[in-house]
Design a protein around this ligand. Structure first.
Ligand code: KIV
Ligand code: ZN
Length: 516
C-alpha cells in the first residue's frame, strides 16, 4: 500500500502555542519520542529565531538518525544560513523555506510585488540547496493565494530545486473541498510536479475546526505529506492533530487506501509526554487521546460494549497505546456494567446481594459524578456485612454549629425489626451521633480511634470513616462510606457494632465519648 509522509511540527509550529515554550532537553526528549513513533520528518525549530532554538535544532540533528530533521527559514540569507548550519549534521537534513504569497500578505505584511516574491523565493531555495538536497518550499497562506500566482511560484520553486511543496492553510480558512481542489489543480496544471517526483504537502490550521478534514481532503487529491502536531497543538486553535490524521487513515483504510509508517502503539504515550512537558492539557473529549476517547458511561453503550466492543468502538484503544476501554460507572450505567465491575474486582455475590448493592450504587451515582472502584468495593463490603443480619441506619439528622449544643437524631433498624429513633447531645456532632446509637443499640463500647479521609477525588468525593471500638479488651474496626461525613461516621460505628454482635453476645459496656 502507498504511504504518505508524516511531517511533525510539534517542536516548531506546535511550540508556537502560547504558553508552550520548551527547554532544549525537553525538545530532545520529544524528538527521541517522535523518532520512536516513526514520524518521517521532525521540524525541530526555527534556528534563526534565537540561539536557544538553533542549539535545540542542532542537538536534535546530531542525535536523530531515523527521521529527517528540518529547520525553518524565511527568505533571508541569514535565516537559511542558520537553518543550514543547524541541520547539516543530521543523517537526513531538510531546510524548509517559506514566503507569503496571498494578496493580503504581499500588500500588508511584506509590501512586495509578485515578481520580487518569486525572485526572493528562488534565491533562497538555491541557497538552501547548498546545504542539502532536501528543500521544502511553502507559499505561506497558499489557500488564500490566487491560483494563477500559486502555479507560477510553485513552478519557479521546483525549477529552483525545491523537492517538497507545502501548501499551508495558514489561517485555517479553507474548506475540505476548496483545499483539496488546490492540490488537484496544481497537479493538473504543472506536469513538472510529477516529472520531478515532487511531494505535495498539506499544512492546516484549525481555526474553523477543519484542519484534519482539510488535510485528509488534500491526501485524497494527491498530497503525499501531511504536516501535523501531537495533540493538535500550534498557533491559535492549533494544527492538524497527528493522531487524528494517522488514525483516520488507518481506521478508514477502506476509503483512503493509504498508510503511514507511524507506530500507532506509541501515539498515546507520545501525547502524554508532550502534554506533560508543554503543560498543555488535552481536552477530555479530544479524539484518540482524550480521557473520554475510549470511555463509555451510558448503560445502553456499556451493555453493548460488554457484548461486543465494536458496537460502540471503531478503534481498539490498545492499538494507540491505551491500556483498555473504560466503562465509567455513573448514573447512566446499568446492571450489566455494575455486575461486570464487581466481578472484575474479585467479588462473588449472589443475585440478591448484587441487586441490593446496585440500588445503593444508583443512589450514590446520583450524588457523585463518577463512581470509582473504591466506591464499589466499599458498597459491596457494606452489602456483605449487612447480609449477616445487623443494625442499619435508617435516618440521621444533626444540628451543630457555633453557639449550639450538638444534637443528633438517629433512626436505626435491627434486621427484621421496627425502626427505632433516639436523640442525644454530645461534645461534637459525631459524639452526639455515637451517644444516640449507643442508646438505641444498647451496645456500649469505648472509641479507640477515629479517622476520616476522602477516598475518591473531586468535590463530591466520598468520605471514609474508620473507627476502632474497644470491648472487653477486644478491638473491633468499622468502616463507613458516604458523601456525607456524618453519615459515614454513623455507618462506621454501626459496622463495628455489627461485627461485635456477630462475635459475641450483647454486653453492656462503656459509653463512647468523642469530640469531633
Ligand atoms: O502556517 C504556516 O503557514 C506555517 C508556515 C511557516 C509553513 O506554519
Ligand atoms: Zn503553520
Amino acid at each position: 500500500m502507498e504511504t504518505i509522509r508524516i511531517f511533525d511540527t510539534t517542536l516548531r509550529d506546535g511550540e508556537q502555542s502560547p504558553g508552550a515554550t520548551l527547554t532544549r532537553p525537553e525538545k530532545l526528549e520529544i524528538a527521541r519520542q517522535l523518532e520512536a513513533l516513526g514520524v518521517d520528518i521532525i521540524e525541530a525549530g526555527f534556528p534563526v529565531s534565537s540561539q536557544g532554538d538553533w542549539e535545540s535544532v542542532h542537538a536534535i540533528a546530531g542525535e536523530i538518525t531515523l527521521s529527517g530533521v528540518c529547520g525553518l527559514a524565511r527568505c533571508h540569507p541569514l535565516d537559511i544560513e542558520r537553518a543550514g548550519e543547524a541541520v547539516k549534521g543530521a543523517v537526513k537534513p531538510r531546510i524548509h523555506v517559506f514566503c507569503a504569497t496571498s494578496k493580503i500578505h504581499r500588500e500588508h505584511k511584506l509590501r512586495k510585488g509578485k515578481e520580487e516574491i518569486i525572485r526572493l523565493s528562488v534565491a533562497s531555495i538555491q541557497q538552501a540547496r547548498q546545504y542539502t538536497s532536501d528543500v521544502e518550499f511553502s507559499p505561506e497562506d497558499a489557500s488564500r493565494t490566487e491560483l494563477e500566482f500559486l502555479e507560477e511560484i510553485v513552478h519557479a520553486a521546483v525549477e529552483a530545486g525545491a523537492t517538497t511543496i507545502n501548501l499551508p492553510d495558514t489561517v485555517g480558512y479553507a474548506t475540505p473541498k476548496t483545499y483539496g481542489e488546490i492540490f488537484s489543480h496544481l497537479l493538473k496544471k504543472l506536469p513538472i510536479l510529477r516529472e520531478r517526483n515532487i511531494v505535495l504537502s498539506a499544512h492546516c490550521h484549525d481555526d474553523l475546526g477543519m484542519a484534519v478534514a482539510n488535510s485528509l481532503s488534500a491526501v485524497e487529491n494527491g498530497a503525499r505529506q501531511v504536516e501535523c502536531t501531537i495533540n493538535g497543538m500550534g498557533e491559535r486553535a492549533g494544527n492538524a492533530a497527528l493522531e487524528e490524521v494517522v488514525m483516520a487513515l488507518r481506521t478508514r483504510q477502506d476509503f483512503y487506501n493509504i498508510g503511514t509508517r507511524i507506530d500507532r502503539s506509541k501515539i498515546y504515550p507520545t501525547s502524554r509526554m508532550v502534554s506533560s512537558l508543554t503543560g498543555l492539557v488535552v481536552q477530555r473529549n479530544k479524539a484518540i487521546v482524550g480521557e473520554n476517547a475510549f470511555a463509555h458511561e451510558s448503560g445502553i453503550h456499556q451493555d453493548g460494549m460488554l457484548k461486543n466492543r465494536e458496537t460502540y468502538e471503531i478503534m481498539d484503544p490498545t492499538e494507540v497505546g491505551i491500556a483498555k476501554t473504560s466503562l465509567v460507572l455513573g448514573k447512566h450505567s446499568g446492571r450489566a456494567a455494575f455486575r461486570d465491575r464487581v466481578k472484575q474486582l474479585g467479588y462473588q455475590v449472589d443475585d440478591g446481594q448484587s441487586e441490593a448493592a446496585f440500588n445503593k450504587f444508583k443512589t450514590l451515582a446520583d450524588k457523585k459524578k463518577e463512581v470509582f472502584d473504591e466506591d464499589i468495593e466499599a458498597l459491596i463490603d457494606d452489602q456483605l456485612e449487612l447480609g449477616n443480619g445487623a443494625w442499619q441506619l435508617v435516618g440521621l439528622q444533626v444540628i451543630s454549629g457555633s453557639n449550639t449544643i450538638p444534637t443528633a437524631t438517629v433512626t436505626v433498624k435491627d434486621s427484621g425489626g421496627e425502626p427505632l429513633t433516639d436523640a442525644s447531645t454530645g461534645d461534637g456532632p459525631v459524639d452526639a451521633i455515637y451517644s444516640a446509637i449507643a442508646r438505641l443499640t444498647g451496645v456500649k463500647a469505648s472509641l479507640g480511634d477515629y479517622r476520616i479521609r476522602a477516598v475518591t477525588r473531586g468535590k463530591e468525593a466520598q468520605g471514609e470513616v474508620q473507627i476502632e471500638l474497644e470491648h472487653n479488651g477486644r478491638k473491633i474496626r468499622g468502616r463507613g462510606l458516604s458523601t456525607d461525613i456524618l453519615e459515614a461516621s454513623a455507618l462506621a460505628y454501626l459496622a463495628a457494632i455489627n461485627r461485635l454482635r456477630s462475635l459475641s453476645a450483647r454486653e453492656a459496656l462503656i459509653t463512647p465519648h468523642v469530640s469531633v
